[in-house]
Structures are given as structure tokens and as C-alpha cells.
Write a protein that binds this ligand. Structure first.
Ligand code: ADP
Ligand code: MG
Length: 339
């Protein structure tokens, strides 16, 4: 597998009146070409901030305080995205890395027809493209999201939530990006529409080979589409690996808790247990493992929650890494990862 985006030790802080809030804490993660990855975590765990970091779109009072984001182009040239100026980065946004943002349905301009959204997006990056070519391309990508091409003449308010989301996915495809970052792409939608959108994304991935990165709090929605999963807690990745392997045998207590909380159609819902407690305040200077106040291993006295030991990830096998050193010690650790 060839790397496409390599996030290295990225830390993103918000400088607030009551202290510095570390929304991403030394996150390192590689996304490979043509894969489908899910980054999962409770609301507030830092997923959207990480996405903003990858796109160098972190806004004040936030700041990337350390780390690098590398992008590997078609010729495998390695580019540090955070070193680029705004104009240089804009060449990568949309053309290479497209995004469908959280609450994206409000991203459509109510006074512009759908057609004009496509035209504006293309012309911003490709001013010489003819109108005929743009419309042809728009029609092509609308077919990918199974929308009739007559929506080009509609205004956003004439579309349902699911249709708007499909327009935005089509819009993200218009410049043939290598990767699409989707932040909570199905959260505001009903279950049937969620399923439909994931199904068409699966189809798009199969046909175009575009890399997909999903960020979501809802592990059950995306479990059927992702190849790899990364689990985020309180600004840190706590586990990542092959999705089948992680689901079969999670190696971090937080992942276990998340999987335990998913209801299935034919089980007894009273047996499903939410993870006790709440996510921590991220302005504190953590002295112990961030998850320990909610962790059964710690609460049962079987771990000393050594913060230092949770500052690296432990490789369990080729498929899986964890931040939980106690579970890692119980297994045979293959090696330590960088961060
Ligand atoms: N603009 C901002 N100003 C202050 N704090 C923020 C801002 N954006 C995000 N945060 C904080 O950063 C943390 C991570 O938030 P976010 O990245 O939105 O998480 P997620 O996408 O996983 O729900 C949260 O504690 C949130 O309150
Ligand atoms: Mg978010």
C-alpha cells in the first residue's frame, strides 16, 4: 500500500480564556492510496479539528502547534501541506483533496442554482474550462450520486436533505480528486437515506478508486464500508487497524466500549452498555491515561494509568495498534510505533 496522506505528530490547540484546549494531541496516522478509512470518536474527540488540520484550515483561536501533514502526489513526490501558502494549498484543495463538511447541507448558497455551484467551483480552480465541458462533467458526477440532471436547474431549497447531501458529494467529485474527506456525512439524515448515501459512496469508490476518509461518531453507520478504522478519544488516536480485526478483537478499552454500545436488531437492548462517565475537559494537563476515569481495567485496579506509557502506540500485530499498554502487555507486542 502506498501512502497518500501522512499526518505526523500533529497537535492542534485552541487558545481560550480559561486555558489551552488541546483538541488534537500528537496525532500520527497514515492514509493509503485507494483505501476507505473511518475515524471514529465521540462528539468533541477532535475529529473535525483533525480534518481542519489536514486541510490547513484551523482558524483562530485555534492553531497547529506542532506536526506535519505530508501529501504524496501521483509521482509519489512528498509535499508538506502545512508549508504551502494559501494559493499553493488551494491547488490541492478540491483538485486533490475534496471535502464534504459537517452540517454540509447548509453549505449550498440558497440564492444560487445547483448548476451555478458546479460552475463556480470549477472556474475557481480551472478558469479556462468551457461552460459546455463543466455542465457535461456536472451531469456525469450527478449520475454517480444517482440524481437526475434536471436538479442543475433547481435551487437548494427545492431539494430534500438527502438530495442536498448527494449534490455536495457530486460537487466534491467535480475536479476528480484523489481523496474525499467526509465529516459526519450522514448524521442529519434518516436511516434509509444514510444507508442509500453509503451505498452510493461504496459504488463511487469501486468505480473511481478514490480514497475516502469518513469522520463520524457513529461506528455502526460506516462499519460496512471502511477497510480501516482509527479510534479517537480526547484528542488522541487510541487504536487503529484493519476494521475486521479491530471489530473481532478490539485492543483498547474505549473501542471495546464503543462496540459494546452498538445495538443490533436481534439483541436485548438492556444488555447494551454505554461507556460510563463523560469525556474529559481538554484544557487540563493530563497526569494519567486520558481514558482511565472511564476504564474498567483501571477502575478494577488492574492498571496504574501511567500517562507516559500512553504517549506511544503499541503494535499488536500487522493489523492493529493500540495506546493501551496494559492490554498490549497482555498480548505479545510486536513493537512500538512512533507516536
Ligand atoms: N473554534 C473552536 N473554539 C474553541 N474550541 C473548539 C473550537 N472548535 C473545536 N473546539 C474544541 O475542540 C475539541 C474537539 O472538537 P471537534 O474537533 O469539533 O470534535 P468532533 O469533531 O470530534 O466532535 C472540543 O473540545 C471542542 O469544544
Ligand atoms: Mg465534528
Amino acid at each position: 500500500m502506498k501512502p497518500l496522506i501522512e499526518v505526523k505528530n500533529i497537535t492542534i490547540e485552541f487558545f481560550l480564556k480559561n486555558g489551552n484546549l488541546k483538541a488534537c494531541d500528537n496525532v500520527s496516522f497514515t492514509i493509503y492510496k485507494n483505501e476507505v478509512v473511518g475515524i471514529i470518536g465521540e462528539s468533541g474527540s477532535g475529529k473535525s479539528t483533525l480534518a481542519a488540520g489536514i486541510l490547513n484550515l484551523v482558524q483562530s483561536p485555534g492553531k497547529i502547534t506542532s506536526g506535519e501533514v505530508y501529501y504524496y502526489d501521483d509521482n509519489d513526490n512528498k509535499i508538506n501541506l502545512l508549508d504551502l501558502n494559501v494559493n499553493e494549498f488551494n491547488e490541492y484543495r478540491w483538485m486533490e483533496i475534496a471535502t464534504v463538511f459537517q452540517a454540509a447541507q447548509n453549505a449550498l448558497n440558497p440564492v444560487l442554482k445547483i448548476k451555478e455551484h458546479f460552475v463556480e467551483t470549477v472556474l475557481a480552480h480551472n478558469p479556462d474550462m468551457s461552460m459546455e465541458k463543466i455542465i457535461n462533467k456536472a451531469e456525469e458526477v450527478l449520475k454517480f450520486v444517482r440524481l437526475d440532471t434536471n436538479v442543475l436547474e433547481y435551487y437548494p431549497h427545492q431539494l430534500s436533505g438527502g438530495m442536498k447531501q448527494r449534490v455536495l458529494i457530486a460537487l466534491s467529485l467535480i475536479l476528480d480528486p484523489k481523496v474525499i474527506l467526509l465529516d459526519e456525512p450522514t448524521t442529519a439524515l434518516d436511516v434509509i437515506t444514510q444507508w442509500y448515501i453509503l451505498d452510493l459512496l461504496k459504488d463511487i469508490h469501486k468505480r473511481l478508486g478514490v480514497t475516502l476518509i469518513f469522520l463520524t461518531h457513529d461506528i455502526s453507520v460506516i462499519s460496512g464500508i471502511i477497510n480501516r478504522i482509527a479510534v479517537m478519544y480526547a484528542g488522541e488516536l487510541v487504536e487503529y487497524g484493519d476494521v475486521t480485526e479491530v471489530f473481532r478483537d478490539p485492543s483498547h478499552p474505549y473501542t471495546k466500549g464503543l462496540l459494546n454500545a452498538i445495538p443490533t436488531l436481534n439483541d436485548d437492548i438492556t444488555k447494551r452498555k454505554a461507556i460510563p462517565g463523560n469525556p474529559p475537559n481538554l484544557t487540563q494537563d493530563f497526569k494519567v491515561c486520558k481514558f482511565s476515569p472511564r476504564c474498567s481495567i483501571f477502575l478494577e485496579g488492574n492498571c496504574e494509568a501511567d500517562r507516559e506509557k500512553t504517549k506511544v502506540m503499541y503494535k499488536i500485530n500487522d493489523e492493529k495498534c493500540t495506546r493501551c499498554y496494559t492490554l498490549a502487555e497482555r498480548l505479545e507486542i510486536v513493537g512500538k510505533e512512533g507516536a
